[in-house]
Design a protein around this ligand. Structure first.
Ligand code: KG4
Ligand code: ZN
Length: 321
């Protein structure tokens, strides 16, 4: 049982949070760099790292104050070790090392993907075993968790991640960055039946989204402007959500897991949340939208359930391991 200060800096959100016993959220703050990167249509790593440096100390101070917690109340300082951008991860890790050293507290590192899954423990009584659908900007995986510490990957994307497909299609449709939330909003006013886009034809529990992205591109190329953005968004989203729901439920049936959890930025998608709930034969968990996208509360929660006590010479990693 412990209260952790969590720090997240794997990509373009600088975040700090305090969570007690992995379940009770005491404070969570975040500074998003979306505006900063919008002009480039994607995250520029060096720009992101510099922005983390400017924001992190202030956020740590704010969450400790808001949580009414002083260093002596903490069980450790947690940060994301990877996967993510090396330069941005190093900002969070260096900050966590410095705080742990100066306050004489354990340094605990967490995996970003595990942290996304652990967001589901906040304010719930969720316990393994469960099937997790992890859908973010960089990953799309179905994972079977029989314990808190590690899961078995049952299926994953062979090409683009679901979030990446959202971002690329948003760009094709002339919408902003990041595309997921905009396509989600726009799809609500469109007709999903106005275009027929294919689900990726991949066996088993794996996914493929690059064919779908190409199908949207070909359709857009044949249309004369102005594009029916809402209909295209709705038809694209329908194809993505259909396959995500179908394969996640197939994984639940195969493993007999007692619930399904959604994790990662795309888990904020309104259509995915509602259709998974409608169609799943078992209870479905998903974090509040702000805990689906990158945040530090999930890092502090993950520290409790599956954090690794770390030495001060530890480094970061860019790819899943
Ligand atoms: O988990 P996340 O914040 O960062 C990564 O670890 O990648 O996920 C970001 C991804 C982006 O691709 C973004 O477009 C997508 O999540 N996303 C959404 C929604 N909100 C964020 N995709 C679909 N619908 C949403 N509402
Ligand atoms: Zn993430």
């Amino acid at each position: 049982m412990a209260t952790y200060l969590g720090i997240e800096s794997s990509c373009d959100e600088t975040a700090a949070a305090v969570v007690k016993d992995g379940r009770v959220l005491l404070a969570s703050r975040l500074i998003s760099q979306t505006d900063l990167h919008q002009q480039f249509g994607g995250v520029v790593p060096e720009v992101a790292a510099r922005s983390h440096v400017n924001a992190i100390n202030q956020l740590v101070e704010e969450v400790l104050q808001e949580a009414k917690v002083s260093p002596k109340d903490l069980g450790g300082i947690a940060c994301t070790q990877g996967p993510g951008l090396i330069g941005t991860l190093l900002v969070g890790l260096s900050c966590a090392k410095a705080l742990a050293w100066s306050w004489d507290l354990p340094l605990v590192t967490v995996d970003h993907l595990m942290a996304h899954v652990c967001a589901n423990f906040i304010n719930t009584e969720l316990e393994p075993p469960f099937i997790a659908l992890l859908v973010s900007g960089g990953h799309t995986q179905i994972i079977h968790f029989e314990n808190y510490r590690e899961g078995k990957i049952l299926g994953q994307t062979l090409d683009d991640a679901a979030g990446e497909a959202y971002d690329k299609v948003a760009r094709l449709l002339g919408l902003g960055y990041p595309g997921g939330p905009i396509v989600d909003r726009m799809a609500k006013t469109g007709n999903p039946l106005s275009f027929k886009f294919p689900e990726g034809q991949v066996d088993g529990l794996d996914f493929s989204f690059s064919g779908l992205k190409t199908a949207v591109l070909r359709t857009v190329q044949k249309l004369t402007p102005p594009l029916p953005q809402a209909d295209l968004a709705a038809a694209f989203q329908d194809a993505v959500v259909r396959v995500l729901v179908k394969k996640t439920i197939a994984a639940q049936e195969k493993t007999n897991a007692k619930c399904i959890v959604l994790a990662g930025g795309v888990a904020a998608n309104s259509e995915l949340r509602s259709r998974m709930k409608e169609q799943s034969p078992v209870p479905v968990y998903f974090p509040s939208p702000s805990l689906c996208t990158d945040n530090a509360a999930m890092v502090a929660a993950a520290a409790h359930f599956c954090g690794q006590p770390a030495a001060f010479n530890i480094g970061v990693y860019s790819r899943q391991r």
